[in-house]
Design a protein around this ligand. Structure first.
Ligand code: ADP
Length: 332
C-alpha cells in the first residue's frame, strides 16, 4: 500500500516539477525568440563568400532565425528531458521521505493493536475456559460456582486494568494538557498517600523529601506519573526496604528521583522498559507481580507532555532510581 502511495506521490511531485519546467521553457523560448528578432537587423543585401550568389538579407535573416530557433528548441527539449530524469529521482526520494514517518506510525499502530489484542486474549481465554468447565459440570455446587465466579472476577479486573491503561495511552497521546502552576511537594504527598496502604501491607517505608518546586502542568497527570513510579518501586521491592522520593534543582529543571532497594533491572531490559507491553523476565516469571508493561510508557508520555523526560539507573539485585526531569515554572 505504501509503495503505491509512494508512486502516486512521486507522480504528483514530478507533475509539479515538469509543469514548472515546461512553463519556464515556454517563457524562455518566447523571450529568446523576441530577442533574436530584435537583435538581427532587417533589410539590405549581403554578399556571400560565393560571389556568384547573392542572397537577400531578409532570406539570410530568416534562415539564421530559423537555425537559432531550432537550436533553442533542441536545447529546451534536452533540458526538459534532463529535468524529467533528475526530477523523477528527486521526487521519488522526496516521496519516500514524506511517507517514512507515516509508514512508521502505521507500523507502530499495527504493532500496538496486535500487542493489545494478544494481552487481552490471555484473560479472556482464561475466563472462557473457566465458564465452559463450570457449565459442563452438572453437579456444580454453590461453593464451586462462587469459586468460579471469583476466578472470573479476577480476570475481569485484569481486562479492565488493561483497557484503562490502553485508554490512558491513546487518550493522552499528542494531547495538549492544561498548564497550571503545580507544586510538586503537594503532588508527591498525594501520590504517597494513595499508595500508603500498599506500602504498609508490604512493610515498605516511603520517605518523601520532595521540595516545594513549581512546574507548569496538569496536577492529575503529574500525580499519576509519580504514582506509577512509586507503585513500581513498591511492587518490585522486598518487604522491610524503603522507597525514597527526592527533588533537586538543576539549572532551569527540576529533577525528581524515585529510588528503591528492590529487584533492580538488567541493563539489557532497562533499554526497553519504557516500551509498551515490555516486562522484564523476572517480573513475568514471578506471577505475583501483576502488570502489563503499560505503566512506564504512560509515565514517559506524561513527562514528555510536560516538556520533560524520564530516565532510569539501576543495578540488578541492588535497586533502581527513576529520575523525572521537568522544566521549572518561572517565578510568579
Ligand atoms: P508493569 O509494572 O505493569 O510490568 P511497567 O511499564 O510499569 O509495567 O514496567 C515495565 C517493567 O519494568 C516491569 O515489568 C519491571 O520488569 C520493570 N520495572 C519497572 N519499575 C521497576 C522497579 N522499580 N524495579 C525493578 N523493575 C522495575
Amino acid at each position: 500500500m505504501m509503495q503505491s502511495a509512494a508512486v502516486r506521490l512521486t507522480l504528483f511531485y514530478l507533475a509539479i516539477i515538469m509543469a514548472l519546467s515546461i512553463g519556464f521553457s515556454v517563457v524562455i523560448y518566447r523571450l529568446s525568440y523576441r530577442e533574436m528578432d530584435r537583435s538581427i537587423p532587417q533589410g539590405g543585401f549581403i554578399k556571400l563568400v560565393d560571389p556568384e550568389s547573392f542572397t537577400s538579407f531578409t532570406e539570410l535573416r530568416d534562415r539564421k532565425i530559423a537555425e537559432s530557433e531550432r537550436r533553442l528548441k533542441a536545447n529546451l527539449v534536452l533540458l526538459n528531458l534532463g529535468t524529467l530524469v533528475v526530477g523523477a529521482a528527486l521526487s521519488y526520494g522526496l516521496a519516500r521521505r514524506t511517507l517514512e514517518p507515516i509508514e512508521e506510525a502505521f507500523e507502530a499502530q499495527g504493532r500496538f493493536t496486535a500487542d493489545a489484542s494478544h494481552e487481552l486474549r490471555t484473560p479472556l481465554t482464561a475466563m472462557q475456559t473457566t465458564i465452559e468447565v463450570g457449565l459442563r459440570n452438572p453437579k456444580l455446587s454453590l461453593s464451586e460456582a462462587k469459586e468460579l465466579l471469583r476466578g472470573t472476577l479476577d480476570e475481569v479486573k485484569k481486562v479492565s486494568a488493561l483497557s484503562n491503561g490502553l485508554l490512558k495511552l491513546t487518550r493522552s497521546n499528542g494531547r495538549d494538557i492544561p498548564k497550571r502552576r503545580v507544586y510538586m511537594d503537594k503532588v508527591a504527598a498525594e501520590a504517597v498517600s494513595q499508595l500508603e496502604l500498599a506500602a504498609k501491607n508490604k512493610e515498605i517505608a516511603i520517605i518523601d523529601e520532595v521540595g516545594s518546586h513549581a512546574v507548569m502542568g496538569d496536577h492529575i497527570s503529574l500525580k499519576e506519573l509519580i504514582t506509577i513510579l512509586l507503585d513500581n518501586a513498591i511492587k518490585y521491592s522486598a518487604s522491610g526496604t524503603a522507597v525514597h522520593l527526592k527533588s533537586k534543582v538543576q539549572g532551569k529543571s527540576l529533577l525528581l528521583d524515585v529510588s528503591d532497594r528492590g529487584a533492580g533491572i538488567k541493563a539489557t531490559d532497562a533499554m526497553y522498559i519504557f516500551d509498551r507491553f515490555y516486562r522484564a523476565d523476572q517480573s513475568r516469571s514471578r506471577d505475583r507481580v501483576e502488570g502489563y508493561g503499560l505503566g512506564l510508557p504512560i509515565a514517559k508520555q506524561i513527562a514528555e507532555m510536560h516538556g520533560g523526560s524520564i530516565d532510569v539507573r539501576s543495578k540488578l539485585g541492588e535497586g533502581s532510581t527513576f529520575t523525572i526531569k521537568l522544566p521549572l515554572a518561572n517565578r510568579p
